[in-house]
Write a protein that binds this ligand. Structure first.
Ligand code: PEP
Length: 250
């Protein structure tokens, strides 16, 4: 399975900044990117087309939307449709990122609706899952992951396993500098893999499982070497091409 090296730029960068970073990423990463790796960037909406333009002709570089609303079009002020993401050059989208769940109030059912809808409209989807610190302390990690997987991947989504990735991102490790330990990552990823196989059968063995949470150039190779870690989703350390190139090539 190819490893997916994903950058989440959150609410950072103007169009000019995004385009310059994307071009620099191509310069630094494309010549050395191993055949079995793909690079994926989630810029803010206004910069999607600029980043897609900078990546044009790079077959291992892709662009994704950080969010969308699960309808084709309509009276949804402030929202964006999957077809608009595709039109801007996206092939991927995120759903269930912890900032959308816990800062912007999205629940499991809305996340599930988005995953299924995005897949049906032709996007590849990254479903993000992960426990909060109090849930880990209460020994509820597996219960939380099971619920987020079950509700995030409704039956209509499960037929698109070939366009699906799951990112395990413990909420307490996102943007905090706190990285989950090797054993914590190993256990959560093994559990996620087992659960996906129970839900979807053998095809779940081909779903990339990404780790996210304070991945940096100096810890990326150790994380990528763990069983069932098929890539990373990186926030802060993806904002400069120099830092992300060291992760992508780690
Ligand atoms: C993220 O935004 O998905 C993320 C993992 O952020 P950070 O790398 O900054 O922890």
């Amino acid at each position: 399975m190819k490893k997916l090296m994903a950058a989440n730029w959150k609410m950072y960068k103007t169009r000019a900044e995004a385009e310059a970073t994307a071009r620099e990423m191509v310069r630094l990463i494309a010549p050395g990117l191993p055949e079995d790796r793909e690079l994926l960037v989630f810029p803010p909406f206004t910069a999607l087309a600029a980043v897609a333009g900078a990546f044009a002709g790079q077959k291992s570089f892709a662009v994704g939307g950080q969010n969308f609303w699960p309808h084709g079009e309509g009276a949804f002020t402030g929202e964006i449709a999957p077809g608009m993401l595709l039109d801007a050059g996206c092939t991927w989208a995120l759903a269930g990122h912890s900032e959308r769940r816990w800062v912007l109030g999205e629940n499991d059912d809305l996340v599930g609706e988005k995953v299924a809808y995005g897949l049906q409209k032709g996007l590849s989807m990254v479903l993000c899952i992960g426990e909060k610190l109090e849930e880990r302390r209460a020994k509820k990690v597996e219960e939380v992951l099971d619920r987020q997987l079950e509700r995030g991947l409704v039956p209509a989504a499960r037929e698109f396993a070939n366009r699906l990735a799951v990112a395990y991102e413990p909420v307490w490790a996102i943007g905090t500098g706190e990285v989950a330990g090797r054993e914590e990552i190993r256990q959560a990823h093994a559990h996620t893999r087992d659960r996906l196989v129970q839900m979807m059968g053998e095809k779940a063995l081909e779903i990339p499982l990404l780790y996210g949470g304070s991945v940096k150039p100096d810890n990326a190779s150790e994380i990528l070497a763990l069983d069932n870690v098929d890539g990373v989703l990186v926030g802060g350390a993806s904002l400069t091409a120099e830092s992300f190139s060291r992760i992508a090539l780690a």
